[in-house]
Write a protein that binds this ligand. Structure first.
Ligand SMILES: Cc1cc2nc3c(=O)[nH]c(=O)nc-3n(C[C@H](O)[C@H](O)[C@H](O)COP(=O)(O)OP(=O)(O)OC[C@H]3O[C@@H](n4cnc5c(N)ncnc54)[C@H](O)[C@@H]3O)c2cc1C
Length: 411
């Protein structure tokens, strides 16, 4: 049992932890990266994201596919208005394997089970009772939020669940298209299809929590069934073979991040994933960069100084969080499949800049108003009124968020 002392300890070598380690490797700070798994392995292996994000993080050599379009599919309609190559698929697992950390010390197979605040930093302990002292501890442990949890700090409980499959032997008619599909027949959230070539694709679905009580096994079952039956994907994916699959819970930030004395949380551990789309890669790598910028700027690791991290995060992501929460509530409680169709049809009439802002999650009240028309607005309003009436006064069938997710599973 020996105590190791560091300037910065990063707990979790996923997307955000590894990215931060790569930044700090160029500094003179004593840095330790701890990972619970016996080897560093990135899951899912690749991420659909914005090309500018990949480029700004030097990930261009690890882009497997550039997409020509990013399309929204509703139950029957489609909207696609992006410039070519604006989106891509980054093989982050390949980046992680190529990463050579020279100064940062990496320890795998280390499961942090205790954390205690001391005067000038945080003391961590693993299962084998080894202890590690960090003047700053960065929680990048994803949904586990292990440092915050062990220190008794507030954690994000609101979560999303995602399940994804990699496919071979597809019969894809759309080329180089990434799409997001909204259809309550499968889940209360949405799904995605990344077309990699004529034969290969990635396909997945998410579910919003805590509104949903589905399990990972339920979501897996629905993904498998959707491959065979969900239009328009079924005709392309019916005969495909699943080569890899991965599913996981994750937080979709209830609040956009917090900092404490000697502690920053980044990536999913900070509640990064955007509450609407559950996109998390961009926030994970960007928050790693923001943590690096903060570490380089501050005089000490007090919460007051670390506030700089929040300023950076708020500037890029934070201001949209409240709007995301409202949209998500409306979507879950007052929207049906036919509304989705009208809504997505309206996306075709916004200009390309606004369409891109919709994909990026830059949702402002004004932007969202642009996607409504009178009939859709009235329909959502009637659904809202209907939802607060006692059952004998209701003038249309009630919308239940739990129903939204089971229709398909039972059919
Ligand atoms: C199926 C699926 C598909 C997705 N697809 C996309 C996509 O296409 N685009 C996109 O933008 N986002 C996507 N996401 C979201 C994205 O995966 C996450 O937002 C991102 O991985 C978060 O990175 P992270 O570093 O915060 O956490 P993680 O990648 O979860 O890394 C956390 C790390 O901490 C380690 N750890 C946990 N507990 C401990 C402990 N006690 N001690 C030490 N280490 C610990 C874990 O082993 C892990 O390695 C997807 C998510 C899922 C589940």
């Amino acid at each position: 049992m020996k105590k190791e002392v560091y300037d910065v300890i990063i707990v979790g070598a996923g997307v955000s932890g590894l990215r931060l380690a790569a930044f700090l490797d160029k500094t003179k700070l004593r840095v330790l990266l701890l990972e619970k798994k016996p080897v560093i392995s990135i899951q899912p292996r690749s991420f659909g994201t914005f090309t500018y994000t990949a480029k700004s993080h030097g990930l261009e050599p690890f882009i497997d596919t550039y997409f020509d379009t990013w399309a929204f599919y509703g139950p029957t309609v489609k909207a696609a208005r992006t410039e070519k190559k604006i989106m891509c698929l980054v093989n982050y697992a390949r980046w992680a394997a190529s990463l050579k950390l020279k100064r940062v010390k990496v320890k795998t197979g280390v499961d942090i089970v205790k954390a205690r605040r001391l005067d000038s930093g945080i003391l961590l302990a693993d299962r084998s009772k080894n202890t590690y002292f960090g003047r700053l501890v960065v929680d990048s442990s994803g949904f586990a939020q292990v440092v915050q949890r062990l220190l008794g700090l507030e954690t994000n409980k609101e979560t999303g669940l995602s399940y994804e499959v990699e496919l071979d032997n597809c019969n894809l008619h759309v080329q180089k298209e990434a799409s997001f599909i909204l259809n309550f027949q499968v889940s209360n959230s949405g799904g995605w299809l990344y077309v990699l070539s004529r034969r290969k694709a990635q396909f997945g679905w998410a579910d919003f929590y805590p509104e949903s009580d589905a399990t990972l096994a339920d979501l897996k079952k629905r993904v498998h069934r959707a491959l065979k039956t969900l239009t328009p994907y079924n005709s392309w994916l019916r005969d495909c073979r699943i080569t890899y699959s991965y599913g996981r819970f994750g937080p979709a930030g209830k609040t956009p991040h917090k900092v404490y004395d000697n502690v920053i949380a980044i990536g999913d551990a900070g509640g990064c994933g955007t509450p609407v789309t559950l996109e998390g890669f961009r926030e994970a790598v960007d928050s790693a960069r923001m943590a690096y910028q903060t570490i380089m700027k501050v005089r000490d690791y007090s919460a007051k100084e670390l506030d700089y991290f929040l300023d950076l995060f708020w500037d890029t992501y934070g201001r949209y969080y409240h709007m995301h929460k409202i949209i998500r509530y409306i979507y879950l409680h007052w929207v049906r499949n036919e509304d989705i169709d009208r809504w997505i049809a309206n996306f075709n009439s916004v200009n390309k800049t606004d369409f891109f802002r919709l994909i990026r999650g830059e949702h402002t009240p004004y932007l969202m108003l642009k996607t409504l028309d009178t009939r859709l607005a009235l329909d959502i309003l009637f659904n809202a009124i209907n939802s607060v009436l006692p059952s004998f006064l209701q003038f249309r069938p009630p919308i239940s968020t739990s129903k939204k997710e089971v229709i398909y599973a039972k059919s």
